[in-house]
Design a protein. Structure first.
Length: 513
């Protein structure tokens, strides 16, 4: 596919390779960094993935090492190209998608982070957020579409400025830069030339007005954050610049940028209002495209920017579950009842049902629709006959129950019932989960052929910017279902199980430790 020559001209590059057949996507996730090479039909032809260290300095705190984020991301990119026997000359553009909200502050001169990244799951600022919500919750919801919660970036930035010695003075003096992981990667890729983010990522900071589409001075004042540290806000699909480092990728245009959940919505070709997807990764995130005007939720969903392309900003309603697939990692790493996440399906399948066990994995509070930072995990219904398999099954079911609560909120807001749900993400390999999901929702659940829709969305955004793909219509033709799971459980049984689930949730709420 010939790259639009205007894209080269903007970069000041010469057209060295007349035929570039691939797009490279960076998918910087919460538990691993991935790179995937896509062909013109949107098929993944090569990929590489590396898990990296989760740092838990205290209960409720979660950090990542920004250097490790960068190194794992780059090494997977280089490896993905090597595996496919490609070089940078074969790549038309790189698109970036990332774990959202995770906050990094670094020194503009040295590029050194002043602290580890504070991850979206981190609850250290919950008390601070409670105070701000009681004073400004309605105003902030109106401007940002978000709940005041430790989940988002603003309170994490404030914490870093207040707790790292000298940080506030240096920030005021313009010496420090804040970024979510997208900004950090682009800064590193361009040797500090670009300090940018896009509208989908920035709409998760609590500092960005999603109506005026600009940083909001009143919000910056509320959180006491100096404007001098903020990145420039760009669109989700344009040629931002070219990679300078590492040499294996040098010269490739960086052309797509979106937060992981918005990228997955794009990768699932949810381009028309009403189209909806759910992604099952570390957390679960259901997004519904609502068109070009932000919608205020009546059911505690978030209102957020989906993407900005050309002159158009599109919006989504979002339901957020903090612990989705992560509950399976907990079975693996903390309980030790499975060796690998993928073993959960066979273990849970050794019992026919959950044996009356319900598991609310509120390890990091509860998101939509409760927004309770003090909620804590609950396992209920244990008997002498309960075994590891029942706990495993209840854990798998908890992912589906939480997703069901998201869909209830989305249906209530849109005053309609979704006919089927498109799904993706690491945990959708689990057929037991998706069958149970269809049973509980009582609608078909459709797994897409490309499981890596997050990376695909980033690739699409980049490919559109450089003319690798013509338009969204062309992308729609790529989407294919892998398997549809149809409901098999009776409606009465599903609603009885949901009733018990909600009883368990009620016990988790407000359980402050
Ligand atoms: P992220 O992008 O958030 O890092 P992924 O989409 O890579 O997440 O999905 C990884 C998550 O999926 C992990 O939390 C893991 O425990 C979970 N997972 C992986 N395989 C399975 C499985 N077979 N059943 C349930 N969960 C799984």
């Amino acid at each position: 596919m010939k790259l639009a020559s205007s894209a080269y001209a903007r970069l000041g590059l010469s057209e060295t390779s007349s035929f570039m057949k691939y797009i490279l996507a960076f998918d910087q996730g919460t538990t691993s960094s991935r790179s995937i090479v896509f062909d013109h039909e949107g098929r993944p032809i090569s990929s590489s993935q590396k898990e990296y260290t989760q740092i838990y300095p205290q209960s409720g705190w979660v950090e990542h090492d920004p250097a490790e984020i960068w190194e794992t991301q780059i090494s997977t990119a280089v490896e993905a190209l090597q595996k496919a026997k490609l070089t940078r000359a074969d790549i038309a553009a790189v698109g970036i998608t990332n774990q959202r909200e995770t906050t990094i502050i670094w020194d503009r001169k040295t590029g050194e982070p002043i602290h580890n990244a504070i991850v979206w799951q981190d609850r250290r600022t919950a008390g601070f957020c409670d105070e701000i919500r009681s004073k400004h919750g309605d105003l902030i919801r109106d401007k940002t579409g978000l709940e005041v919660d430790a989940y988002f970036s603003a309170s994490k930035i404030a914490w870093l400025l207040d707790n790292i010695s000298g940080a506030r003075e240096r920030a005021n003096a313009g010496e420090l830069a804040f970024g979510t992981v997208d900004s950090w990667l682009i800064w590193k890729l361009t040797n500090g030339t670009l300090h940018i983010t896009d509208r989908s990522n920035v709409s998760r900071t609590l500092l960005f007005n999603i109506r005026s589409l600009s940083w909001d001075e009143e919000l910056l004042n509320i959180f006491a954050i100096p404007a001098a540290i903020l990145p420039e806000v760009r669109s989700s699909s344009e040629v931002f610049g070219a990679v300078l480092t590492p040499s294996e990728l040098a010269g490739i245009p960086i052309a797509g940028l979106a937060g992981d959940q918005q990228a997955a919505l794009f990768g699932q070709a949810c381009f028309s209002p009403g189209s909806t997807k759910n992604t099952y990764g570390t957390g679960c995130f259901m997004l519904q495209n609502v068109g070009t005007v932000p919608v205020a939720s009546d059911n505690r969903l978030l209102s957020t920017v989906a993407w900005h392309i050309g002159d158009t900003t599109e919006y989504a309603l979002e339901g957020s579950v903090f612990i989705g697939g992560a509950v399976i990692q907990w079975l693996r790493d903390s309980l030790g009842i499975i060796d690998r996440s993928s073993d959960v399906e066979s273990l849970a399948s050794t019992v026919e049902h959950n044996g009356g066990v319900y598991f609310v994995p509120a390890f990091a509070g509860l998101g939509t629709p409760h927004w309770d930072q003090n909620a804590r995990g609950t396992i209920i219904g244990l008997t002498r006959g309960t075994g590891a398999a029942h706990i495993a099954r209840a854990a798998v079911e908890s992912i589906a129950f939480q997703t069901s609560d998201l869909l209830t909120a989305i249906n209530a807001d849109s005053r309609s019932s979704l006919a089927e749900l498109r799904v993706d993400g690491g945990a959708t390999k689990n057929d037991l989960l998706l069958q149970f999901q269809a049973d509980i929702l009582q609608i078909p659940v459709v797994r897409s052929m490309v499981a890596e829709t997050t990376a695909l969305g980033a690739a699409y955004l980049a490919g559109l910017a450089v003319g690798f793909w013509a338009d969204k219509q062309e992308l729609t033709t790529h989407w294919k279902a892998d398997r549809t799971f149809s409901p098999q459980m009776s409606e009465a049984k599903a609603s009885e199980m949901l009733r018990r689930w909600h009883e368990a949730v009620n016990r988790s709420l407000g359980w402050s430790t």
